[in-house]
Design a protein around this ligand. Structure first.
Ligand SMILES: [Zn+2]
Length: 49
């Protein structure tokens, strides 16, 4: 799981949490490499109420 803030070439700044190496920009749908983001451990206490 990686989390952090990414900035797309289009200027969109977004906070992402993903276990993938890439995400798509929510504005322009461009593929963004997030492999450089900080990894975080997944919590057992998932807040999915
Ligand atoms: Zn974009």
């Amino acid at each position: 799981m990686r989390c952090g803030t990414i900035t797309c070439d289009c200027g969109k700044v977004a906070y992402v949490e993903s276990n993938k190496m890439f995400i798509n920009c929510i504005d322009c749908n461009k593929k963004i490499d997030i492999s450089g983001l900080m990894e975080m451990e997944e919590s057992e206490e998932a807040d999915d109420a």
